[in-house]
Ligand binder design. Structure first.
Ligand code: HEM
Length: 175
């Protein structure tokens, strides 16, 4: 109950913020920010796919997994930062509507799980000496990672198809 109210208060604040207003009232700022969201998506998706194809031994077989992980890490971290910042800015333009949008909520749930999984179990498996990781565990970790990040992307794509009227969420007109 208190969490729901706190989230709604946060969404209202984002909606009324200068950056939420500024992007919402501008003709070109929203698509401009979305360009970064899409470029970040391509780079982040690419690094995650490369690592998991290697774990599944479907590609990059001549590369040592730990070394590949070290090489792609700067791209993964910087593109994730771009996704989080650009996503927050997109979100701030219609935060109260996003609050009631089940696709957005699903996406954020997958995103939280994907980030926790990537920086704990997945990171441990890609950094480990390959001969010490059981094949079944290596394949499972790769498949779980692909599933979680696909959930984020599909949730993001679905946002635009799920319409939420603000008044149905807040029971009141937006300020
Ligand atoms: C790594 C994380 C993320 C991924 C992979 C991701 C992926 C996507 C995708 C695939 C789309 C659809 C783009 C389109 O087809 O137009 C999208 C849109 C969107 N994302 Fe993200 N996203 C991420 C993080 C975030 C975060 C953290 C937020 C907010 C806090 C966010 C907010 C949004 C919003 C509001 C849209 C809808 C834009 C619209 O109305 O067209 N995203 N995202």
């Amino acid at each position: 109950m208190w969490l729901r109210d706190a989230l709604l208060t946060f969404c209202r604040w984002c909606n009324g913020s200068f950056f939420g207003h500024g992007i919402r009232d501008s003709v070109w700022l929203f698509p401009f920010v979305e360009i970064f969201h899409l470029i970040g998506l391509g780079i982040l998706g690419g690094t995650i796919l490369m690592l998991n194809l290697r774990l599944l031994r479907l590609a990059f077989r001549t590369e040592e997994t730990a070394r590949l992980a070290r090489d792609v890490q700067p791209w993964m971290l910087s593109s994730l930062a771009v996704m989080l910042i650009s996503g927050f800015l997109l979100f701030s333009t219609e935060a109260v509507k996003m609050y009631g949008n089940w696709a957005f909520r699903t996406k954020m749930s997958f995103l939280l799980l994907a980030i926790i999984f990537t920086f704990t179990i997945h990171r441990k498996v890609v950094a480990a000496d390959e001969s010490r990781v059981k094949a079944g565990w290596r394949v499972s970790v790769a498949l779980i990672s692909l599933l979680l990040w696909s959930g984020v992307g599909l949730g993001g794509r679905a946002i635009g198809y799920v319409t939420t009227s603000a008044s149905s969420v807040t029971g009141a007109l937006l300020p």
